[in-house]
Design a protein around this ligand. Structure first.
Ligand code: FES
Length: 110
């Protein structure tokens, strides 16, 4: 298979529902990953544009649901299902959804 322009690593780590740290899976990351995969394919981006992958914990738990975008090397955070169309649209146009990009302050919180 061809190398894609971008890889989206969606954290699907799951901790117990009552774990104080929380986890992306408990916040709905599995559904978000599935919707991203479906919409990336529907937009014709799956073969060359972008590959949506599962990831273990990206150590940005307080900002979950968290997605690492490579090779651009930035994180989306606090992603919800409602954000998926905007993320896919940004992928298609080679841009990013700035309001979801984690800041350096977010990243130091972890
Ligand atoms: S559980 Fe998703 S970043 Fe840690």
């Amino acid at each position: 298979m061809a190398q894609r322009q971008r890889y989206l690593f969606v954290c699907t780590n799951r901790r117990a529902d009552d774990d104080a740290k929380g986890s992306c899976s408990v916040r709905g990351s599995e559904e978000i990953r599935a919707a991203l995969k479906e919409q990336v394919a529907a937009r014709g981006l799956a073969k060359l544009g972008a590959r949506v992958c599962k990831s273990s914990c990206l150590d940005q738990c307080s900002s979950g649901v968290c997605i690492l975008v490579e090779p651009d090397h930035f994180f989306y955070g606090r992603v919800t299902l409602a954000d998926v169309p905007e993320i896919v649209e940004a992928l298609a146009s080679g841009q990013r959804v700035e309001r979801l990009v984690l800041t350096s302050e977010d990243l130091t919180r972890g």
